[in-house]
Design a protein. Structure first.
Length: 191
């Protein structure tokens, strides 16, 4: 009888330990390898702080209310500037965790200008890893990892990684309109 109780106790302890070890990590950790606000599985898919540059970046113009016309890539994905960068500077201030949440728009060749884009405002800077990041009117350009579909602009006006992120108009102006507020989550009602 004593042996059965001891064996049952050991098995219960092993089960509790195994369950604790197998439990998924909480999204509320201070792990710098996770993207803030994302579940661990989701951030693992976006942990490359150095995206592969495309052959030739192309800057286009998208349009939607309340922002008006703003810069996108050739696939309609919104492009942002970071207020911590220096306009006309020779470097980006967004690396590591920042570059995971806000991937730089990189290119191998000089960027091309789409319709309504001023080619003279286009340029590149060299990042610390040797890739060339596209600039517009002197601002390094970035994507936002949470923008999944063309015309998403979820990063607009966001205060993140030490500064605000904004869309840029084709004339080089920073668009500071916040856009529509997202609704608060609704609590399910009880039956």
């Amino acid at each position: 009888m004593k042996s059965r109780t001891l064996t049952g106790g050991i098995l219960a302890a092993m089960l509790v330990t195994t369950s604790a070890l197998a439990a998924p990590e909480s999204a509320d950790t201070d792990d710098p390898s996770q993207v803030e606000g994302m579940h661990p599985e989701e951030s693992e898919q976006q942990l490359d702080a150095r995206p592969n540059p495309i052959d030739q970046a192309r800057v286009e113009v998208g349009e939607q209310e309340p922002f008006g016309r703003y810069l996108t890539n050739q696939n309609g994905k919104s492009l942002y500037m970071f207020e911590q960068d220096e306009q006309g500077g020779e470097y980006s201030t967004c690396y590591e965790t920042c570059a995971i949440a806000w991937p730089p728009y990189t290119t191998e060749e000089a960027p091309a200008a789409g319709e309504h884009v001023d080619a003279e405002r286009l340029g590149t800077i060299e990042r610390d890893d040797g890739t060339r990041q596209v600039t517009y009117d002197g601002w390094p350009l970035y994507f936002f990892a949470r923008d999944v579909y063309p015309s998403d602009a979820l990063g607009q006006g966001m205060d993140h990684m030490g500064g605000r992120w904004y869309l840029i108009a084709p004339g080089g102006e920073i668009i500071e309109d916040e856009g529509p507020e997202q609704a608060d989550p609704v609590e399910p009602s009880s039956p």
